[in-house]
Design a protein around this ligand. Sequence first.
Ligand code: FAD
Length: 323
Amino acid sequence: MSGILTYALHYKGEFNKNSLGAVSEAAKLAKELGTEAHAVVVGDDVTDELAGQLGNYGAGKVFYADAPVGIAQPVVDVMAKLIETGGYSYALFGGGLLGFEIGAGLAARLGGGVTMEVTAVKAQDGKLVAERPILQDSAIVDVDYAGEPGVIIGRLNAFEIAESGGSAEVEKVDVELSAFSTRATVVQRGEQRGADVNIEDAELLVGGGRGLGKAEGFKLAEDLADALGGAVAATRAVVDAGWYPYAAQIGQTGKTVAPKLYLAVGISGAIQHKVGMQNSENIVAINKDPNAPIFEFSDLGVVGDLNKIVPKLTEAIKAKKGG
Ligand SMILES: Cc1cc2nc3c(=O)[nH]c(=O)nc-3n(C[C@H](O)[C@H](O)[C@H](O)COP(=O)(O)OP(=O)(O)OC[C@H]3O[C@@H](n4cnc5c(N)ncnc54)[C@H](O)[C@@H]3O)c2cc1C
């Protein structure tokens, strides 16, 4: 069998969007290759019913295993066994930190090739070819695989979700975990602020940057977004600093948005940020530096201290809405 095996991550009985995109992509590619798309789900709370849901995204068969979720090595054990016994040619991941770690571990374990940050995959001459942006996204390279398995790790949400209306055969598998795979355990799962907000669908976005000063400074952006009925987005600088979750990052290495209003607060407007929000219908920027690049592509610019302006703006919007 030369099929594709896709890892699907779930939490509290729901698959994440990124994984559903990967399962859908695998189904599309398998059809083009004339092979099969199967999926694997790992966790101590997986049921036949949950695993079977992936049939609706094109998986013909779904394996599930009772193993710890949230750390990479147990999943590598499960996938390595399935690939060795099932003879899959490719393993596909939707991306995200766990996907990167599992995919890289799997390639190392099985001696396969791995490509990360993949934005598209095509079937060519009976093989899969991954497209990967390089040189700060200024060029795309085609990557194919010399050996098996070819591990393809998508950029977060790169693959589109497609419901097929199909159903999947479900099989529970028992996999003996390697001794080293159980040395790490998940002690606690934390929730990041804003991670549940789908900024790509928000019509009004308040983007917060380093000008907010510290993580707590995001309260100003959140209050403003609440008053507007919108969501909060962030620059990479603040995500890297741990002030806001990656799920909210806009730009070259984050999400691309096109809301009706993008209100940039304390954001300089670096090119890598601009590429993720430049298609917004209206861009308003608040920045204390009149020479900040963001003003070059804003419809309206306010020069001043955001700590003074944003609370007043929030109050004014609330007053207008209330009155
Ligand atoms: C390969 C690569 C990929 C990248 N990908 C991304 C990406 O996806 N997304 C992204 O955003 N960046 C990305 N970056 C980083 C990018 O180059 C910038 O460093 C980043 O966008 C800057 O974030 P910032 O605007 O929050 O911070 P800064 O550039 O530090 O700007 C802060 C702004 O706040 C203003 N300010 C400060 N205090 C106040 C105040 N009290 N009132 C009003 N204004 C104030 C300042 O004048 C300044 O303009 C990437 C960089 C590289 C090299």
